[in-house]
Design a protein around this ligand. Structure first.
Ligand SMILES: N[C@@H](CCC(=O)N[C@@H](CS)C(=O)NCC(=O)O)C(=O)O
Length: 336
């Protein structure tokens, strides 16, 4: 049962950025009105996949009576398209008039322009952006050809931008994160590209805006992924983890102790990690956080027992055998 909205997000994803921009513009405060869960797209939590099987971000999970826009999902409802998240947010509260301005009588041309710009962005511009910026993921794609095609679209927008009145609309929020991403792939050539004066100025204002920096920093965005309570966590010293990766199996139990010496591998639940770090690793350099999928441990025939820590009685998960690398979903520097 969801008590307040949950936003699954990814800091750098342009779709998630535009959703966060709209939620922030609507006055939503993460931590207060909404729980933000930063997602590692290479290790997506099962909570996200249960809410939306396609597993893309952003996804907004709403309490039962939170909306009429989402699909029903048990007791809660789910909005799993960024534009729909934006509309949900701005329909609730739109102090900047971002959504409604173009809906007023007499503004139909502007509304059509906003819709055309969004369709152009989400369709062809995104297509060319991906093949320019992530050419390695698209075998056979010529990044220069796709850059040129994206620039042609941007020049078309450059001619149309002045038709938008000088206040922001849904199109600004929806397009600018993607133009930002295009520029980031080659900032010097973007800044020097001819025929883009209006787009360059438009992006420049966005890049310098407090609205953008707000949604790229906590509490709207984090550099560490949300820790699902369904996963297990183990703190490891970086050299020991890297050695294990080349050997194919990890056999350390805790700092300075092996699996053979202890009989199991120490692990923590998400809420226990900070204290575990404080007790055993606070002065250690290069501490890594391993995220472990208990389902994959079970599939490898490795049991987990909940056992009390000596002295406190608090139950911790103890992994009853060597840790197969395949059960480790992610590893990253641990930042307390
Ligand atoms: N149409 C979706 C697209 C969202 C999307 O593709 N997000 C990317 C990250 S920028 C993602 O989650 N990719 C992971 C995947 O496709 O598996 C929306 O507007 O929300």
């Amino acid at each position: 049962m969801v008590e307040r909205p949950i936003l699954y997000s990814f800091r750098r994803c342009p779709y998630a950025i535009r959703a966060r921009l709209a939620l922030a513009a609507a006055g939503v405060q993460p931590g207060l009105d909404l729980e933000l869960r930063e997602v590692n797209l290479k290790a997506r939590p099962s909570e996200l996949l249960e809410a939306s099987a396609k597993g893309t971000v952003p996804v907004l999970v709403l309490p039962a009576d939170g909306t009429s826009a989402g699909q029903s999902h048990g007791a809660s409802s789910v909005i799993d398209q960024s534009l729909a998240v934006m509309r949900w947010a701005l329909e609730r509260h739109d102090p900047g008039d971002l959504l409604r301005r173009a809906d007023r009588p007499g503004h139909s041309a502007q509304r059509a322009l906003i819709e055309a710009l969004i369709a152009s962005n989400d369709g062809l511009f995104k297509h060319h952006l991906d093949r320019f910026k992530y050419a390695g993921r698209h075998p056979g794609a010529d990044p220069e050809e796709h850059r040129a095609a994206a620039l042609t679209i941007l020049r078309d927008w450059n001619a149309r931008l002045p038709q938008l009145v000088d206040r922001a609309s849904l199109a600004d929020l929806a397009l600018l994160p993607f133009v930002r991403q295009f520029r980031l792939a080659d900032p010097e050539r973007f800044d020097a590209a001819p025929g883009l004066t209006a787009v360059q100025a438009w992006l420049g204002r966005f890049l310098a805006s407090p609205e953008l920096s707000a949604v790229m920093t906590p509490p709207w965005a984090a550099r560490e992924a949300w820790r699902s309570p369904r996963w297990l966590y183990h703190l490891a010293l970086a050299p020991e983890w890297h050695a294990a990766r080349s050997e194919g199996i990890y056999r350390r139990s805790s700092r300075g102790l092996s699996l053979e010496e202890v009989g199991f591998i120490h692990a923590s639940h998400s809420h226990q990690l900070e204290a575990t770090h404080q007790r055993f690793y606070a002065d250690a350099p290069d501490v890594l956080l391993l995220t472990i999928d208990p389902g994959r441990l079970a599939a490898a025939g490795i049991a987990v027992e909940e056992e009390p820590a000596p002295g406190s009685g608090e139950l911790f998960p103890h992994i009853q055998g060597p840790l197969p690398l395949a059960a480790v979903l992610a590893w990253e520097p641990f930042r307390p």
